[in-house]
Design a protein around this ligand. Structure first.
Ligand code: SF4
Ligand code: SF4
Length: 306
């Protein structure tokens, strides 16, 4: 078997060659504070390391929603393509590589269902266990939690989705990122979220290694209504006749074609945050066209347009 340093580097190269934009490694001791139902060993009891990968969402797919012009690229690329095509391929390639070196490894897709059943033995964990892919991103040293509860990296800010491989290989862990390296708690996400779903206070705490990462208690119910397009001020697709039982044909198309319906287009938690991080130089890359130019659009006379 390869030395663990060599194997760690080889696994990372395999992840990058298979579609990951960023990759890091977490050791199992970084989950010592995780509750049993959210612990990697509740899924694969021999887990020693996690290979954690991020795939960026296309900046242009977010920009065309920012311009109010085009929603399909985001719903295709950032949900269906990354989650259902790219990530399963990438996870499988990494796992087959580890298998070929004698290690058993398990993919963590995104999204996945939590805790469907009851323990198969006394004292066992409930299947199917869950993991927070944002927590494992912190544990692999790839980034930190933003106030928004999104995972932020120095490369892309909030603009990636996370995946992981749980493996019995013992691989060298990457150093953690200090909280505050990316998120400066500016509050832009809270102000720009059309649902008012991102509170200011960072009351949720995640102790990992020597650090405690924090984020706000995101109000998922408030978010969901606007996210899927049920606020006329932030959806050009609703009419007076639209109801959940009679949704716009475009919503039905998005669901049928991409199995997702993001209409908010992460206006605050991704687009406004990205804009802040890019304009203040808090992430590594700069781009020709700013994410936000002037004020973000709101359909002020939504009732007249309907
Ligand atoms: S917008 Fe500001 S406060 Fe919100 S997550 Fe981004 S950097 Fe942090
Ligand atoms: S998806 Fe939209 S509504 Fe939900 S938190 Fe992000 S900005 Fe707010």
């Amino acid at each position: 078997m390869a030395a663990k340093t060599d194997l760690g580097e080889q696994v990372k190269q395999m992840a990058l060659a298979s579609g990951a934009d960023i990759v890091g490694i977490a050791s199992i001791d970084r989950f010592e504070h995780a509750p049993p139902e959210m612990h990697p060993r509740g899924i694969f009891s021999h887990t020693r390391s996690l290979v954690v990968m991020g795939c960026r969402m296309l900046r242009g797919a977010l920009k065309t929603i920012e311009e109010g012009n085009y929603w399909q690229a985001y719903n295709c690329d950032s949900y269906q393509y990354i989650n259902e095509i790219l990530a399963p391929h990438m996870l499988r390639k990494v796992i087959l590589f580890l298998e070929d070196h004698g290690y058993t490894s398990v993919p963590m897709h995104n999204p996945f269902g939590f805790h469907a059943g009851r323990p198969v033995r006394p004292g066992g964990t409930k299947p199917d266990g869950g993991l927070s892919l944002r927590v494992i991103g912190c544990a692999a040293g790839l980034g930190e939690m933003g106030r928004s509860k999104l995972f932020l990296t120095p490369q892309f800010g909030p603009r990636q989705r996370m995946y992981a491989v749980l493996t019995d290989a013992e691989l060298p862990a990457d150093p953690l990122i200090e909280p505050g390296t990316v998120c400066d708690n500016c509050g832009t996400c809270s102000r720009a979220c059309p649902a008012g779903a991102i509170p200011a206070e960072r009351t949720r705490e995640l102790p990992i290694g020597q650090y405690v990462y924090t984020h706000s208690p995101l109000d998922c119910e408030k978010c969901c209504v606007v996210h899927v397009g049920w606020d006329k001020r932030f959806s050009p697709f609703l009419t007076d006749e639209s109801t959940p039982d009679n949704p716009p044909g475009y919503y039905e198309f998005l669901q049928a074609r991409f199995r997702h319906q993001s209409i908010c287009g992460a206006r605050g938690c991704v687009r406004a945050c990205m804009d802040h991080l890019e304009k203040t130089g808090r992430i590594e890359k700069q781009y020709q066209t700013p994410m936000i130019e002037g004020k973000q659009w709101v359909i002020e006379d939504a009732d007249e347009h309907a």
